[in-house]
Design a protein around this ligand. Structure first.
Ligand code: MRU
Length: 339
């Protein structure tokens, strides 16, 4: 069976990944060699977005199982890959599912069918989130979004960007403000690329323009994705999300987070327990892409703080758009583990 999403191609013998660091100018597909290669692809953000990280890791492990007969060695490699990014809980969720199968009944067929189920489920979860979310969007709404949460970040239509995609397809005449998303520019490079593909009208803005845009233009809603949601509704997402939530409160703008249940960490009671990935200083001292590397801060002597995510407290959230429906501040606390 051949499967293809916006950034994955898989045929049970080979996994190919669209290198997101080269977008929007180069569409270069990488063939994943083994779990160690997958680790580095995740670490360097060639593949990114919480759901897609989980799906890609699962598919890479399913290919590895075809050449590894020993369940213990498989599990130890899976645990290693599980550490490639610390905040996106979808990675841990997907790997833990495979480890459970390996412990119960290790066979390459069983691992493959679990990985394929994870892939398929993500498509369905995105579809459900987008349908629930699109019902919240009114004719002519102006929506601001952050980072990239679309087909490049999931196996399906996306989460927050999936909602936008669906509302646009329904002909709701929406307009989007796309936060550039410093420092790695997922909004400027990837979300604009996706919105161009679907023909949805947008303006790209720098993250530090969001306040001015809210003050001077019509902005009806902010919709973002998540990397981990705690059971009290606090959630981690791309750095800059918290600032948007605070701005929304000041300006009286609805602030929504969209995510599948695979992003909810049922063992995490509040945002304080969410580990925040600190990334390397060079990401703030310049920029790199298809053009090579540009540096604006000195390599030595410039000390940097580079948290990849921040945590938005539940009190700032208007609604949580999940695959099972839209939750408010009260109902989000009643979420139960699926299955
Ligand atoms: O560092 P990234 O690009 O993986 O961060 C991505 C985000 O923060 C997304 O908003 C989140 O993973 C949800 S993607 C559907």
């Amino acid at each position: 069976m051949n499967m293809q999403s916006m950034s994955l191609k898989f045929n049970q013998k080979e996994l190919q990944i669209l290198d997101q660091t080269l977008l929007p100018f180069e569409e270069n597909w990488l063939t994943v060699k083994d779990p160690d290669h997958m680790f580095s692809i995740i670490k360097t953000l060639k593949v990114r977005g919480a759901p897609l990280i989980g799906v890609s890791a699962a598919l890479a492990m399913a290919l590895y199982a075809q050449s590894e007969n020993n369940a213990e060695l498989f599990i130890s490699k899976a645990r290693y890959l599980r550490e490639s990014r610390p905040t996106a809980v979808n990675l841990m969720y997907a790997i833990d599912r495979l480890i459970k199968v390996a412990k119960d009944n290790y066979s390459s067929d069983a691992i493959m069918s679990e990985a394929l189920a994870i892939y398929q489920e993500d498509i369905e979860l995105c579809e459900a989130i987008s349908s629930h979310g699109a019902k919240l969007i009114n004719e002519g709404d102006v929506i601001l979004t952050h980072c990239n949460t679309g087909g490049l970040a999931t196996a399906g239509i996306g989460t927050a960007l999936g909602v936008i995609h669906k509302a646009h397809t329904q002909g709701k005449n929406i307009h989007v403000y796309v936060d550039e998303t410093r420092p790695l520019l997922q909004g400027g490079r990837l979300t604009t690329w996706e919105l161009d593909k679907i023909g949805a009208p947008y303006n790209l803005i720098c993250d530090n323009m969001a306040g001015f845009v809210m003050q001077t233009e019509k902005v009806d809603k902010v919709i973002v994705g998540a990397d981990r949601i705690a059971t009290n509704g606090d959630f981690a997402n791309k750095i800059g999300t918290y600032s948007l939530a605070v701005l929304c409160k000041h300006h009286g703008i609805d602030f929504y987070v969209a995510a599948p249940f695979t992003t909810v960490d049922f063992e995490c009671e509040s945002g304080e327990q969410i580990p925040i990935e600190q990334r390397r200083p060079f990401e703030l001292k310049g920029v790199q892409g298809h053009f090579g590397q540009v540096q604006w801060a000195k390599k030595e002597g410039v000390s940097v703080c580079n948290p990849a995510f921040d945590v938005t407290p539940a009190e700032l959230v208007t609604g949580w758009i999940l695959d099972t429906g839209v939750f408010d501040k009260e109902s989000i606390k009643t979420l139960k583990v699926k299955g």
